[in-house]
Write a protein that binds this ligand. Structure first.
Ligand code: FMN
Length: 230
């Protein structure tokens, strides 16, 4: 019997997976990203899983200059509030103010992240497109199962979108700070009250050379087999 399994070029696939970064400093603000490429990448993103196959995702693609500026303003206000009042996020540990030991990899990476984040904050509206992945319904007061199911039904697609764009030399950055002013962004874009926004990706052609692999905590520090801690 003829084997019709298509061979996968692991080297290219791994390269895309290893080098899809949150690009902030190397976004080309001058060159338009064709809608065809955005639609192609979004169509690939729709191959991601959703809980119970609900597919209740929605993607807002914002290219209008005034709307991009409004959304970027929400982002900037969110960033300012985040820096001024990081208490809620500090509780969960996802905070720019969280301190690690001086020799921890994350301490060494912090300055670079903050510097490039500052640049993106100033320039967000200059990206050719801003994409807001959304999902139907509100679930902030629901239990962990429901929240995981809902975010789990949009965030994998969001990452697929970044990967598909990356494979086409379009860079993007995962951001979330505009969500602090989510309702203001909803009003601006006419997003209905029963829709949850989950991120904001500026996208643009990648400037300069290729992207590289990031340094991460080693696998043995973050993975346990069979029992926590082993
Ligand atoms: C849930 C989440 C929220 C994030 N929010 C922001 C953000 O608001 N602004 C920003 O500049 N980067 C944001 N990032 C990007 C992270 O800072 C970035 O992923 C991290 O520093 C690792 O860098 P890399 O993605 O280039 O590997 C976010 C990433 C995630 C996963």
């Amino acid at each position: 019997m003829k084997d019709n399994v298509r061979p996968i070029d692991l080297e290219s696939v791994d390269h895309v997976l290893n080098t899809t970064r949150s690009v902030r400093l190397r976004l080309d603000f001058e060159k338009e990203v064709p809608r065809k490429i955005i639609d192609e990448a979004l169509t690939i993103a729709l191959q991601a899983p959703t809980g119970a196959n609900t597919q209740t995702w929605r993607f807002m693609v914002v290219t209008d200059p005034d709307l991009k500026l409004g959304l970027a303003d929400c982002y900037r206000k969110g960033a300012e509030k985040y820096v001024a009042d990081a208490t809620a996020l500090t509780r969960t540990g996802v905070s720019a103010t969280r301190e690690f030991e001086p020799d921890d990899l994350r301490s060494k990476q912090k300055d670079g992240v903050l510097k490039s984040a500052g640049y993106l904050m100033e320039n967000m509206q200059r990206a050719p497109a801003l994409i807001v992945p959304c999902i139907e319904s509100r679930f902030e007061k629901e239990d962990v199962f429901t929240q995981a199911s809902m975010y789990g039904s949009i965030l994998p697609a969001t990452w697929s979108l970044m990967l598909a764009l990356r494979a086409r030399r379009i860079a993007s950055a995962w951001t979330s700070l505009h969500l602090i002013y989510e309702q203001e962004a909803a009003q601006l874009l006419g997003i209905p009250a029963d829709i949850t926004q989950t991120a904001l990706l500026p996208i643009a052609w990648l400037q300069g050379g290729d992207l590289g692999k990031a340094k991460r905590l080693p696998l043995e520090d973050v993975c346990h087999y069979n029992r926590w801690g082993s």
